[in-house]
Design a protein around this ligand. Structure first.
Ligand SMILES: [Zn+2]
Length: 343
């Protein structure tokens, strides 16, 4: 059964493939050839228990570099599914409003420096943060009262745009409590693996994201960053960046590639620990499911990790559920393999 559109709350949510993160941002972050174009996306979605790959419309030659021969089942159930899009949450009218009023002008501004009205970037980011939060699969969930407030701003904005609500944008923006700072490392994702990562600091009510070439920090209470705010070594740059609140053109602080790269490397280092700990928990789960008690022996785990991250395995095949099962069976059948290996 189709529910009501989450934006207008009136029409049926008949739209499929609604992007929680606008497609031009995903393309900017994940295009495999650095073209920032749609249809070139290669996106790995990684969580402690989740490893998925979305391949957009990758050519067969590129697919061959990343995967072993792929089953139709895997294409249908994993590779063709955009992990940052959902079906049946919006109506086609609201989807068009997002595209026409916000995404098209903002992408032209960010990528080609075209001028836009001052309120557009603010409302664009409100729509992105709200969509990502209600999607619930982007590494954060805002409190319901904040989600409702952001939704209210968006609804009101569309009403003004369509002439249903008579107030000037300047007066409207004065009521909006949503502030953000942007660091921009232009072209970073052209030569480096782009990344989307969100961190919501509940105690300070601040959301910070790596989003391809952009690092963006959103504040919902006030335009001040607290003393204890931290984000992978970029905090002083974020602190010094100018605040955006829709009253002026969007101000982005340029940041050089070395500094941005260092922050992302620090993030990767810290998140690797989380991923390894997720792998270790999966191993214990396999151990218990096979009828054993307590935990998989440490030596077996060490060999498991070594086999899992074998360099000869193609990138798209490393973390499939079948590989975990196959490695487990191999180690079960060859006790000496792991027992002697780690002596
Ligand atoms: Zn709608």
């Amino acid at each position: 059964m189709i529910g009501k559109c989450l934006i207008c709350n009136q029409k049926d949510a008949n739209q499929t493939n609604s992007h929680l993160i606008p497609s031009f941002l995903v393309a900017m972050t994940t295009s495999y050839d650095g073209s920032y174009k749609r249809g070139k996306e290669l996106m790995f979605t990684i969580g402690p228990y989740q490893r998925r790959v979305y391949t957009g419309a990758l050519p067969d030659t590129k697919l061959g570099e990343i995967f072993d021969p792929i089953s139709d089942d895997r294409i249908e159930n994993e590779l063709s599914k955009n992990t940052v899009a959902l079906d049946y949450i919006f109506c086609s009218g609201c989807e068009q409003n997002l595209s026409k009023y916000l995404e098209t002008p903002y992408s032209a501004n960010l990528l080609r420096n075209q001028k836009v009205d001052n309120e557009i970037p603010l409302l664009f980011w409100i729509s992105v943060v709200w969509r990502m939060s209600i999607g619930g699969n982007n590494g954060f969930k805002l409190p319901v009262n904040i989600e409702n407030t952001l939704h209210g701003y968006l609804k009101q904005y569309f009403a003004i745009k369509k002439g249903e609500y008579d107030i000037s944008f300047t007066d409207f923006i004065k009521e909006v409590k949503f502030y953000y700072k942007i660091l921009h490392c232009k072209d970073y994702s052209k030569d480096n693996a782009g990344m989307i990562y969100c961190q919501y600091d509940e105690s300070n009510n601040i959301l910070t994201m790596f989003l391809g070439d952009i690092c963006i920090c959103f504040m919902f209470d006030s335009d001040n960053l607290p003393e204890n705010y931290k984000f992978y070594g970029l905090e002083s740059y974020i602190r010094n960046a100018e605040i955006n609140s829709g009253n002026d053109k969007e101000k982005r602080q340029d940041i050089n590639i070395e500094t941005y790269k260092k922050a992302i490397e620090l993030f990767v280092k810290q998140s690797t620990r989380i991923l390894v700990s997720g792998d270790l928990q999966i191993m214990d789960k396999l151990w218990i499911e096979s009828g054993r008690l307590r935990y998989m022996p440490l030596r077996m785990k060490m060999t498991f990790l070594r086999l899992l991250h074998d360099d000869s395995i193609k990138l798209g095949e490393v973390n499939t559920p079948q590989r975990y099962v196959d490695i487990f069976n191999t180690l079960n059948d060859n006790i000496l393999l792991w027992y002697l290996n780690c002596l």
